[in-house]
Unconditional design. Structure first.
Length: 254
């Protein structure tokens, strides 16, 4: 799973590509005004409402930058402008509910990363009550940003919400680091592949190419490029008639 800094870098590159610019590894990345970009990529009326929605979110201490990034990402994918507007409105509502839930459960104001991660988990099927219970069970001084993103990644892997929350909560109570916690979705995918008869090496190789949690290649049990499949005889596919062992003298079976 990528760190927040890595996700922001990927987004910045996507914005540059969408604008027709070519990133130069030796040059400093130019700053991009997301509001100006939103006005460029969305119709004027939709852009005005989207920007107003983002401003309201900022005034309510919600992670408005995440909403800006979402608007630009959807626009780059060719999503219908009104669909973008609705998606941002829905996300802002989820963020507000998650913020209130986390604050009540932990007795402190959650940071933007925790709100964003919690809203994503809710979008993928976790209920508000489950978020609250998860927050209460976690170590009080621990940020829930990475744990909640990992929960979302496990949901992308096909785990039910209660199972995903329990697995992450168990590791939080065991005081594992965020770095180790981020390995959990890949470990789950590897275990599932082994259970389904795939070799662990196959899954590990495929997951190494994963760009975003939930899009793991190999989780569907892809074929290995090396060796013959299990259960296939060594002479499978050999042309010609099969060799019949010679009979023993007297006509008996070998």
């Amino acid at each position: 799973m990528r760190s927040f800094a890595e996700r922001m870098m990927v987004w910045a590159v996507c914005v540059l590509v969408a604008s027709g610019a070519t990133p130069d590894a030796n040059a400093q990345t130019p700053s991009v005004d997301p509001v100006a970009r939103i006005k460029q990529v969305l119709p004027a009326d939709v852009a005005t409402r989207v920007i107003a929605l983002i401003d309201r979110a900022r005034s309510r201490d919600l992670p408005a930058d995440a909403l800006q990034n979402r608007a630009l990402k959807f626009a780059a994918r060719g999503v219908d402008p009104r669909g973008i507007e609705q998606a941002l409105a829905d996300e802002a509502q989820r963020m507000e509910r998650v913020r209130d839930t986390l604050q009540k459960a932990r007795g402190r104001k959650p940071d933007g990363d925790e709100i964003e991660a919690g809203a994503e988990a809710v979008r993928k099927g976790v209920s508000g009550a489950e978020v609250g219970a998860f927050a209460r069970s976690a170590p009080s001084a621990r940020s829930l940003a990475v744990p909640l993103y990992v929960v979302g990644s496990l949901l992308d892997r096909g785990l039910p919400a209660d199972s995903a929350l329990r697995r992450v909560a168990d590791r939080l109570n065991a005081r594992v680091s965020d770095r180790d916690l981020e390995k959990l979705p890949n470990d789950v995918a590897s275990q599932a592949a082994v259970k389904n008869g795939n070799k662990p090496a196959e899954t590990g190789r495929d997951l190494a190419a994963t760009k975003r949690p939930g899009n793991a290649a190999g989780a569907d049990g892809g074929n290995s490029a090396g060796g013959r499949p299990a259960g296939v005889p060594g002479n499978a596919g050999r042309k010609g008639r099969p060799v019949t062992p010679p009979k023993k003298p007297g006509g008996g079976k070998p």
